[in-house]
Design a protein. Structure first.
Length: 294
């Protein structure tokens, strides 16, 4: 039961991070600064997990190189997400980004890792119809820079997830995460100093938002892995579907965003498709022997 609560708390933290980012922007900060700071704190959190769990501090050279490259991609995903919510509402960005579980299924099929059967295909079609509804209803007023950045974030997460899941079958997942976040922190902080330097908020609300955005992100990663170790990847993924629901709710309550009924229907279609796919996958794994790993 503890694992369930840990993953649920992780979903809450993931949902709060973009809300904090919006408040930080309103207070004078910007995405590049937030991205650098949150990965710095993330490295500290993962280091604590490595030390407390007695995980190895080193990887084979080939795997180390792959994890460092994936960390650069992770940093790019972070800046894309944080930049997207500068241009479009958090609720819309979350709907677009959260197609990544379905993109993982499509990518896995394309590289021969999974078979794209009828159930997976139906989930993909249903989810992307949901995206079309959510974006199409606001097509006249939406800033397409935000849409493109959100879509790139979802695709980046899918690529990262498929790549890391293969590596985690044979290597310690926490150690892999350490080097990925270390690489993400270094590359994102380099971007900070090449871009404009650290841009701090100038209002109390901005400082509160920055704190929420940075701390919530680091806490989300830590809580997720602690919960994952207790309940497994399938149950963790299903509980993780709370994130878009919570993010949209928080955007409505805190930021006074007002998604339309059609947009909410699109979000429900995406979340429903992901839930259905996870249930299908969990039943399939209960009858088909699977290799260890995520």
């Amino acid at each position: 039961m503890l694992g369930v609560w840990l993953v649920a708390a992780s979903a809450v933290c993931f949902a709060l991070a973009p809300i904090g980012a919006k408040l930080a922007y309103a207070g004078g900060s910007e995405p590049v600064t937030l991205n650098g700071l949150r990965f710095l704190l993330n490295v500290v959190a993962v280091l604590v997990m490595v030390a407390l769990g007695r995980h190895p501090y080193m990887l084979p050279v080939r795997v180390l190189g792959a994890s460092l490259l994936l960390g650069i991609l992770l940093a790019a995903e972070g800046i894309f997400y944080l930049a997207a919510i500068q241009f479009i509402p958090v609720s819309l960005a979350v709907v677009i980004i959260f197609t990544f579980p379905l993109q993982i299924g499509l990518l896995s099929a394309l590289i021969g890792q999974e078979r794209l059967d009828l159930a997976r295909s139906a989930s993909l079609v249903f989810a992307f119809l949901g995206v079309a509804l959510a974006v199409g209803v606001a097509a006249d007023s939406v800033d397409w820079r935000g849409v493109v950045l959100a879509a790139a974030t979802g695709s980046g997460i899918a690529v990262t997830a498929v790549s890391t899941s293969r590596l985690m079958k044979d290597h310690d997942p926490i150690t892999l995460t350490l080097f990925m976040t270390l690489s993400a922190a270094v590359s994102s902080m380099l971007e900070v100093f090449v871009w404009r330097g650290l841009v701090w908020p100038v209002t109390p609300t901005g400082w509160l938002g920055m704190t929420i955005a940075v701390v919530a992100f680091a806490a989300a990663i830590t809580l997720y892995f602690l919960g994952l170790a207790r309940i497994g990847a399938v149950r963790a993924a299903i509980i993780g579907n709370l994130e878009p629901v919570l993010a949209i709710t928080a955007a409505v309550v805190v930021l006074s965003e007002r998604p339309t009924i059609v947009q909410l229907l699109g979000a429900a279609m995406i979340i429903g498709a992901i839930f259905a796919l996870h249930i299908y996958e969990s039943r399939r794994r209960s009858t088909v022997p699977m290799a260890p790993g995520r």
